[in-house]
Design a protein around this ligand. Structure first.
Ligand code: DAK
Length: 258
């Protein structure tokens, strides 16, 4: 299927989704959201897709939601449009890993979209920001909730209240991104990381993702119980037998997802 606002690239079982509205610095409009969700929905049951990379171009991941699309709307229209609600749920409940590869601007809804992913990796050119305050509004798709969980209350307040940008080095230092790579070969590096994950057992991948996401929503003791149940359940998989046997026999495991 041909898409207008995104480009798909297959790298073995890694699917790279490239946001592609260069004329608007990849500003996220309704069409882009629909296309993104359609790909995720198709990928969820596709055994040939094990890990997703969401990225943009060298200069911009996404400069936010499309201001021109929402400029004239009133609050009732915004409410009834339900902009980004369904899509937020599709992205945040997607079971396989999504890596955000951010080069250049990730602003407003672009920063929020990156934070919906599971791993956030930046190139040295990345600039994160929640500048909605400059437009007389505020973040509306998780920015005031996810940013403080990653960087703490005071950095999050600073970002949202001043609208300033955070560069890749600061983002790594404060825990918003897990790794930073030079722009040259940036995509090669993210694809390498995605491929490494794609070789693991899918049961382990999903159980880890669910457990870490559970820690976002719960207290420590409930999280520990949840994690323990997931851990126990993995002992009913063939992959657990294979992984442990491979260690004992000093060989590389061959996982089958069973
Ligand atoms: N929307 C629409 N067009 C945009 C855009 C955006 N977010 N960002 C850039 N563009 C367009 C520009 O208008 C320009 O178009 P033309 O004039 O050529 O037609 C083109 O992209 C190139 O941009 P610039 O000429 O401005 O490029 P510069 O390199 O000079 O500056 C910049 C780059 C990223 C600093 C600047 O473009 C900028 O400040 N952009 C806006 C960044 C921003 O404020 N982002 C936050 C958007 S608000 C919701 C929840 C959440 C949201 C919405 C709804 N609900 C729950 C309902 C989210 C809101 C947002 O994200």
């Amino acid at each position: 299927m041909a898409y207008e606002t995104i480009i798909l690239e297959h790298h073995e079982t890694v699917l790279l989704i490239r946001l592609n509205r260069p004329e608007a610095l990849n500003a996220i409009n309704g069409k882009m959201l629909k296309e993104l969700c359609s790909v995720l929905e198709k990928s969820s049951n596709d055994v040939n897709v094990r890990v997703i990379i969401l990225t943009g171009s060298e200069k911009f991941f996404a400069a936010g939601a499309d201001i021109k699309e929402m400029e004239k709307k009133n609050s009732t229209e915004m409410y009834l449009d339900d902009y980004f609600t369904k899509e937020h749920n599709v992205i945040s409940s997607f079971r396989k890993p999504i890596i955000a590869g951010v080069s250049g601007y990730a602003l407003g809804g672009g920063c929020e979209l990156a934070m919906m992913c599971d791993i956030l990796i930046a190139s040295e050119t990345a600039k994160f920001g929640q500048p909605e305050i400059n437009l007389g509004v505020m973040a509306g798709i998780g920015g005031t909730q996810r940013l403080p969980k990653s960087v703490g209350k005071y950095k999050a307040m600073d970002m949202h209240l001043t609208g300033r940008y955070m560069d890749a080095q600061e983002a790594e230092r404060v825990g918003l991104v897990s790794r930073v790579f030079p722009e040259k070969d940036f995509e090669i590096k993210i694809i390498e990381i995605a491929k490494k994950i794609s070789e693991k057992s899918m049961s382990s991948i999903i159980a880890i993702k669910e457990s870490i996401n559970f820690s976002y929503e719960s207290n420590l003791s409930s999280g520990i119980i949840f994690e323990r149940r997931k851990f126990h359940s993995l002992f009913s998989t063939e992959d657990q037998k294979e992984g442990m046997a491979a260690f004992v026999e000093k060989r590389t495991p061959k996982f089958s997802d069973r």
